[in-house]
Design a protein around this ligand. Sequence first.
Ligand code: ADP
Ligand code: MG
Length: 697
Amino acid sequence: MTPRPAGRLTLETPVTYLTGVGPRRAELLKRLNIFTARDLLWHIPHRYEDATTVRRIATLRVGEDATVIGTVVSTGILPTRKGLRVFQAVVRDASGLMEVAWPGQPWLERQIAKEDVLLLSGPVRFFHGRQLTPREFVNLGKDADGTSGGRVLAVYGATEGLSVKVLRGLVEAHLDALLPLVEEYLPTSMLAAAGVPTLPEALAAVHRPTSVAAALAGRSRLAFEELLCVHLLHRRAHALAQQAQDGIRFTNRRDLTTRFRAALPFALTGAQTRSVREIVADMTGPCRMHRLLQGDVGAGKTVVAVFAALVAMENGYQVAFMAPTELLAEQHARTITTLLAPLGIVPVLVTGSLGAAARRAAAATLAGETPCLAVGTHALVQERVRFGRLGLAIIDEQHRFGVDQRRAMGEHRTEGRRPDVLLMSATPIPRSLALTVYGDLDVSLLDERPPGRLPVTTALRPESARARVLGFVRRQVEAGRQAYVVYPLVEDSEKVALKAATTAFEELSSGPLAGLRLALLHGKLSSEEKDAVMRRFRDGAIEVLVATTVIEVGIDVANATVMLIEHPERFGLSQLHQLRGRVGRGAAESFCILLGDVGPEAAERLQVIVDHEDGFEVARADLALRGMGDLFGERQSGVPTFRIADPLKDEALSDRAREAAERLLADDPALTRPPHRRLGEVLRRNYGRALELFRVG
Ligand code: ADP
Ligand code: MG
């Protein structure tokens, strides 16, 4: 056993000095990021089980998903015909016996013994009687009282070699010594306003809950603190940016913008007008604009962005409009060319696939001082591209760029001033979540669709309906419409997806869609080839476009009325919603058909798309199902991560935390007054960049 340190126990005491932790266990604890007594205390259960969720074995029915507590009567390992070894246990509670099976986990023989009390949850299946196959289980040990009701069980995140039971024991053994070391440092009035308990109460409640409700109240105090810290950082960053006043002060000359508005073939929606006004207010102010324009697919973000671009240009500045793919950049360039034709302004396209001559010409234009609108991909932020006078950076589908790329765009300087930044996103998220995730941004919302759009009818159809679905596609095309057939990327491999799409293309052309004009669009085609295919589709020369997801954001064809999606279960909900946004752009009724036999879980998920046309609803469901990481992409991050709080589920709590942060900073902007110093320390300890934002003096 490791010798105890000379000093007394503090929260910073390494876990190795705690009774019950030897070198081996300390190593295992490291895997859970537990290094000190504090880390152990802050290792919060991720779930609770109580008598209200535990079922009596005798009442279980096949097909249910259930949690039971039972004592192990016998164990054994069964080989199956496929060579898989199944660990099995028979468990008993006061009401009866049941079999539990863990396929492919024979090693559990070393972890589960006769007389152990297990808490098990998972689906109940039929296999020579009822059999439970646990998704999760907790070994409560031999002396556990499996029969007592009313008991709340904390379930901790564990790791191999360190069971939930050991962790629970470890926390329990040190809780009484550690809790008195914890002091509340948030003002009492703040806690009261937020409706959360004090820190020591909260930690006691999460580890030693008297009820699930008490545990969750304790958890809310810890989540509140996390959210408070993030909002403090956001608000502080925002305040400092305001103070810096290093933005360009544009003048609203109403020269180009007025002519543009007059030449538009439609009137702006209320939401577009409001967003333009918000953007112009930012641009004409002394601070840099840092605004996110959120709007569902088809909400009309491009037009709003063009207004911003024109304000910059009529002030003599250049504008960079960056999109995540070549296809999208080209599409934007085309759309903007049409929109700006009445003003005689032609955008400059900058993509990686420009020829040498075109690239040199573009580079020369950008390096000069003449106002221009450059539309391109990340090629816009590459070394050799220099702007003579960049005043505004517009970044479409901003979450698809890395933090560095977004930052690089805003780093250009003109006479010491940095460009305004307008970010755009077609994955709209609820306002309060946006404030948590993008807290240092201002947000404009396009929550109104341009008039005259018909809803898109969406349906999930099984494989058995394939012939009927393709017959429907055929009739639509024969009636003069066009259709998309989309295949997913398989394991992110364009090659495999291409194979699937190619095979399908051949089958469709020679089978159910024979005689129609089909074309195949995929990522392996050169930019010119893609462009050619798309142009022919746009002009109606192609009737059915068979594609891998390269069309996700690329195409705007009003005559297309059918979006047929193969293997819909392989797409994220937001992606499906984006695809659906490719149809319903004209006056005719449109359809989005998800085709394939999918499992019950996938069917439930896909039902969200079938039931909801609104991108907000879809994004919300996607968030709830897949979490933030997936929705916002892996690599980009820059989005704060939370250990305890869940910005979506804790939306109301997050609102309260933001209010608290605003009040606090209004009172003590750098958190230097004595009652707030501890909070400043916590920020510095947990969030590196807080050092900069809350530097004293
Ligand atoms: P987003 O980028 O938000 O998905 P777009 O900017 O591509 O949407 O706009 C979708 C379509 O709606 C475009 O064809 C555009 O010209 C059209 N549009 C935009 N605003 C309006 C409006 N106020 N009224 C009618 N049509 C509009
Ligand atoms: Mg767009």
